[in-house]
Ligand binder design. Structure first.
Ligand code: NIG
Ligand code: FE
Length: 428
């Protein structure tokens, strides 16, 4: 038998690639120095079969190891290749917009002042309650299209603008429809505990979430062909929103239904949610502007990923940012997300967020890439199959119109994405 007959027949070959840059970590997310220790291969190639990478590395080695006779070939001789970007934190399903709040903020009003004046999450709740599921799907579809064009290949999406049972289930249904009908891979999160609607009582609402809404979300997941274990549950644990005790009770119920948990923690005030997240086995604790040194140590000793959202501080015009360097120094696994939402961060572009991660959090381009690929994949439970360019990983690949990785954060506001490949298919 000739050797060629034993070679895997691939259906896509990206060759040549000017330079391939990818995180390369074997067990769990990148921590400490390994965040910056990306693998760089000049004159590279990637071979793909059935949406999976079967060979990836120096061009000659890849060409020797596979049968690409019938493969579609993409010439990336002038492009940089990285893994697809993974956004681990978005609120992309909503109706209406809050440009009026942006204008108020430009005149010096804070997030809390705007919320107290009837804006904030509750403003988006009113608009979202007025929309049908198909209107929410349509709005989400257009946003996901734009996100894909900017390199997002996987994206977590939260409910949280319904704030009553039916409206929250409508949001979840819209997310599930979107996850089936378009190519960006979605990770659904149920977040009725995002705020309490005006006139409602917090304790009553938390009881309803626990007794009625979480089981109803599990039922909807099953009805739509998903499992309860595909769903995350998130809580906004902060002053004026939900308490640590509320969060613990909601976590307990979600976990007992087989769901996974994550939390908005320490955004404005530290209530202890980060420690709770570590103890409860949460996959991530997000925001963390007000995190204590003690909680940094809790994160370092756990599998919980710290999802940092520099776009939010920027969009809220805050001076404070999450202490990313301190976390990296202490071996916390950090990821970066957009927090794309209508109020506190109306930014969906991950290349722009990468620029902010470098400028405002002090990350290098290499650290930011790891934080937005492998580590964000771990933050949403996908670290074993996405976030790295290597054999047996999903073929989620971005080709960039840049010569060097550092040009991505540098090119803030211009979209340097040339092509987006999701599961081996060009989607832009
Ligand atoms: O992640 N922090 C809580 N929730 C969002 C804000 C959502 C909104 O203002 O609509 C956030 O920043
Ligand atoms: Fe958020």
């Amino acid at each position: 038998m000739s050797t060629s007959t034993t070679k895997t027949k691939v259906d896509l070959l990206i060759s040549p690639i000017k330079e391939l840059v990818t995180p390369h970590v074997d067990h769990g997310p990148a921590r400490g120095n390994s965040l910056a220790a990306v693998r760089r291969i000049k004159d590279a190639a990637i071979a793909v079969k059935d949406g999976q990478i079967v060979s990836c590395g120096e061009r000659e080695d890849v060409l020797r190891s596979v049968d690409s006779e019938h493969a579609r070939v993409i010439d990336a001789g002038e492009k940089l290749a990285t893994p697809g970007l993974v956004d681990p934190h978005t609120h992309l399903v909503f109706a209406g917009n809050r440009h009026d709040e942006f204008a108020m903020r430009c005149q010096g009003k804070t997030y809390a002042e705007i919320a107290a004046a009837g804006g904030g999450i509750v403003a988006s709740m009113r608009a979202t309650r007025g929309a049908t599921v198909s209107q929410l799907v349509e709005l989400g579809r257009a946003r996901l299209r734009r996100m894909a064009e900017h390199g997002t290949t996987t994206c977590e999406v939260k409910t949280g603008y319904g704030l009553d049972k039916q409206s929250e289930l409508n949001m979840l249904e819209a997310i599930l429809v979107l996850s089936k009908e378009q190519k960006v891979e979605l990770v659904p999160t149920f977040m009725p505990a995002h705020a309490v609607s005006p006139g409602d009582d917090r304790n009553r609402y938390v009881n309803e979430i626990i007794e009625d809404m979480l089981p109803a979300a599990a039922t909807l997941m099953n009805e739509k062909g998903f499992a309860a274990s595909d769903l995350y549950v998130d809580v906004f644990c902060d002053e004026g929103y939900f308490s640590l005790e509320d969060t613990k009770r909601i976590f307990d119920r979600a976990l007992s239904l087989g769901m996974k948990v994550k939390v908005h923690a320490d955004e404005f005030k530290s209530l202890g949610a980060t420690k709770l997240a570590c103890e409860a086995g949460a996959h991530s604790a997000d925001h963390l502007l007000a995190i204590s040194d003690e909680d940094i140590d809790h994160l370092a000793g756990s599998a919980c990923v710290a999802v940092l959202l520099p776009g939010t501080s920027f969009f809220l015009n805050l001076k404070e940012h999450a202490p990313a360097r301190r976390m990296i120094d202490r071996d916390v696994a950090i990821a970066i997300g957009s927090d794309f939402n209508p109020g506190s961060c109306h930014i969906f572009s991950l290349p722009l967020i990468m620029g902010l991660a470098c400028l405002k959090l002090g990350l290098t381009a290499e650290e930011a890439l790891s934080a937005m690929t492998v580590n964000s994949a771990y933050a949403i439970g996908r670290g074993a199959s996405i976030g790295q360019l290597r054999d047996r990983y999903q073929a989620d690949i971005i080709l960039w119109n840049v010569e060097a990785l550092a040009e991505i954060p540098y090119n803030m506001g211009w979209n340097p994405v040339a092509a987006v490949i999701k599961k081996g298919e060009c989607i832009t």
